[in-house]
Design a protein around this ligand. Structure first.
Ligand code: GUN
Length: 284
């Protein structure tokens, strides 16, 4: 079994991105990301803080704008309107989930498509659907970068993705499909998940359920991507895969923590730099 070490690779990526940011600073451009955080969910706060710190490490300016849980949709739309029109702001990220009284789609659709560093705007999702370059959602992009780093080519492979969210499962399926994989997506209504996973070359799981993927559900030598983040009662963080047993059968596996999580952050940093360049079309 080989570990797909997202933590180590993300540190290499950060070194490269720091150089890229320094080059932009030679043109008097400092990439700048604004993150909108609504409410007091500890997990969301922790993700946003990690994103903010990572920006600082590579020289990207980053600000967190916080709103009370009770914020109105119009207040959020007004803030995004201001950020869309602020030339200094290159990336806008609205941390999800939003409170139930907010229409998340309306919020995501209000973000300038060239500042949409999460790639959740239907325009950018549509470009992904059409296999055109765009700002791709960070977690799926981070997974593709990690596989590529370990020379794992998904072309012709049977890939099963468990979880069909707009944030991870659906965009990941498209990136995999565009890269030549045969993709199946399992979700809450799938009758028999094992039927799909047991023959798959690559299994990606991200639903937020501890030990969802057990060793009897995979074939020998499968590649396992664990996208889950679950906090146990003792405070430790685990993924959706029964790591102890699955790792014995797998050829490659991502650990949690230290696998997909750091790659998500690297992909976000990379998207922020890409978005900055989109706004200064002369700079490649
Ligand atoms: N909540 C969970 N994952 C994500 C993500 O990738 N982006 C945003 N904006 N919110 C999230």
């Amino acid at each position: 079994m080989n570990i797909l070490n997202g933590k180590a690779y993300s540190q290499e990526i950060e070194k490269e991105l720091s150089i890229e940011v320094a080059r932009l600073k030679d043109f008097n451009i400092t990439p700048c990301l604004y993150v909108i955080l609504v409410g007091n969910d500890p997990a969301s706060f922790s993700y946003v803080t990690m994103k903010n710190k990572a920006c600082n490490r590579v020289g990207i300016e980053s600000k967190i704008i916080r709103f009370e849980e009770s914020v109105s949709q119009d207040e959020l739309l007004n803030e995004i309107y201001k950020l869309n029109n602020d030339k200094k702001v290159n990336g806008i990220l609205v941390q999800l989930p939003l409170p139930k009284h907010i229409n998340s789609s309306a919020i995501l659709e209000s973000i300038d498509i060239n500042k949409d560093v999460d790639g959740f705007h239907p325009y950018n999702m549509g470009r992904l659907f059409c296999n055109l370059d765009s700002l791709f959602p960070a977690t799926p992009l981070g997974i593709m970068m990690l596989l590529n780093h370990y020379n794992i080519d998904v072309k012709g492979k049977d890939v099963v993705i468990v979880g069909a969210s707009n944030i991870v499962g659906k965009p990941l399926s498209l990136l995999m499909l565009n890269a030549g994989a045969s993709v199946s997506i399992c979700h809450i209504l799938t009758k028999d998940v094992k039927k799909y996973t047991k023959d798959a070359d690559i299994v990606c799981v991200g639903v937020g359920k501890v030990k969802l993927l057990s060793d009897d559900m995979i074939k020998d030598g499968a590649i396992i991507i664990d996208i889950g983040i679950n906090k146990l009662d003792d405070g430790s963080i685990v993924g959706d895969v029964d790591f102890k047993n699955v790792s014995i059968k797998a050829s490659y596996i991502t650990p949690v923590p230290g696998g997909v999580g750091p790659m998500t952050i690297s992909a976000l940093l990379s998207n922020t730099i890409k978005a900055t360049k989109l706004q200064y079309k002369a700079i490649k």
